[in-house]
Design a protein around this ligand. Structure first.
Ligand code: NAP
Length: 349
């Protein structure tokens, strides 16, 4: 048994010299190195931007979406959508633990991986026959591999698995929002969350309030989402706007925040084209968290420069220490948040 690289570079098939996330193809064989862990997979959770792209590209044809996912995983040895660059995560049961794995996992434990599917060796062995191609969550059989430098969370026993999977997929968002808002505590901030009735959006609202933001504004795309969000009480104010329409978005945010831009803007929308609206909607000296995987670095950087906007822009790193526990804590503490997630999971079935 080989030791294996802690960052998984021994699993890279091509191109040579890159880390697994940047690889075109990974080695998905089930034999593990001494530092690896093999997971028997039970359910995949496709990243929202990736699923939306697949759904659009295949005109909502479930069979075609299923075939596309199978083909991607087969060709790449991982679920890495080349169009969005994103993946998702999975839940499963620990099947084998290398004797030098530092992850502290034991065979038989039910876990969620907290590293992206874009860097997780993955092989599917049931042809995804239990999935109709019409949901972000995929019942699946096969195996996945974790490296020494991976993260996983043991699933809470008191939470349904689909809910835990949905929460843990976006758990980086609330932890980052809490950090950013708490850092500005000298002047309590106004926080605007775009895509506020979605999964990462609603958790971000809860985190902003937990971090004692002065005002929490939820921006949603239509009346239905506004009513749904209002029922949760997560937002102090609600605005309706298309986040891809920069002028309309900035106007809606300013109107909701008494004529000012937001001190902190969090982009949790799952479609491209929200960079310029987020910049225009943010006050001078404010911070934008681009959690969305549909964000374009060049559109954000050049857009801010072109608007002479003095704003700090953060890429939503999916990892913040303690992120899983914090997201699960927010969920457990607020039944309304749980209800919102339940609706989304049901709709996505
Ligand atoms: P989600 O639950 O689907 O929420 C997205 C929300 O945005 C939905 O409420 C959606 O409304 C809304 N929306 C879509 N288009 C809009 C528009 N033009 N204007 C205003 N609102 C709009 O998605 P999620 O799971 O929270 O994921 C959100 C983003 O985070 C995705 O891009 C995903 O890839 C990314 N993500 C990032 C990480 C990371 O580590 N950084 C991890 C996981 C996910 P409808 O439902 O009506 O369409």
């Amino acid at each position: 048994m080989s030791t294996g690289s802690p960052v998984g570079s021994h699993r890279v098939v091509s191109p040579a010299g890159v880390l697994p996330q940047a690889a075109d193809r990974l080695d998905d064989t089930p034999d593990i190195a001494e530092t690896e862990v093999r997971i028997r997979i039970e359910r995949l959770n496709l990243d929202a931007a990736s699923y939306r792209q697949l759904h659009t590209a295949h005109h909502g044809d479930g069979e075609a979406i299923r075939a596309a996912v199978l083909d991607l995983v087969e060709r790449r040895g991982k679920m890495h959508n080349p169009q969005t660059g994103s993946g998702g995560m999975l839940i499963g049961t620990v099947e084998a633990v290398g004797e030098r794995s530092p992850l502290g996992l034991e065979p038989g434990q039910k876990i969620a991986t907290l590293v992206s599917l874009t860097l997780t060796p993955l092989r599917i062995d049931d042809g995804l026959e239990r999935w109709d191609g019409l949901s972000e969550q995929i019942p699946a059989s096969g195996h996945a591999v974790l490296f020494a430098r991976s993260i996983a969370a043991v699933l809470p026993e008191d939470m349904p698995e689909p809910l835990a999977l949905a929460v843990l997929d976006v758990c980086g968002a609330p932890a980052l929002v809490r950090r950013v808002v708490a850092r500005r505590a000298h002047a309590r901030s106004t926080v605007a969350v775009l895509g506020a009735a979605g999964k990462s959006g609603s958790l971000s609202l809860a985190a902003a309030r937990d971090a004692r933001a002065a005002t929490v504004l939820g921006v949603v795309r239509d009346d239905t989402e506004a009513a749904r969000l209002k029922a949760t009480g997560l937002a102090d104010r609600i605005a309706i706007a298309d986040a891809t329409d920069p002028l309309a978005l900035a106007e809606a945010v300013a109107e909701a925040l008494d004529g000012r831009g937001a001190d902190v803007t969090v982009v949790c929308v799952d479609v491209p084209g929200c960079e310029h609206g987020a910049i225009l909607a943010t006050a001078t000296g404010g911070t934008i968290v681009f959690f969305s995987m549909a964000t374009s670095f060049s559109a954000a950087a050049l857009g801010a420069e072109g608007l002479a906007a003095d704003v700090e822009m953060l890429i939503g790193n999916g990892y913040v220490p303690g992120h899983a526990d914090y997201a699960l804590h927010l969920m457990a503490a607020d039944p309304a948040l749980k209800d919102l997630f339940a609706i989304r999971i049901e709709e996505a079935r």
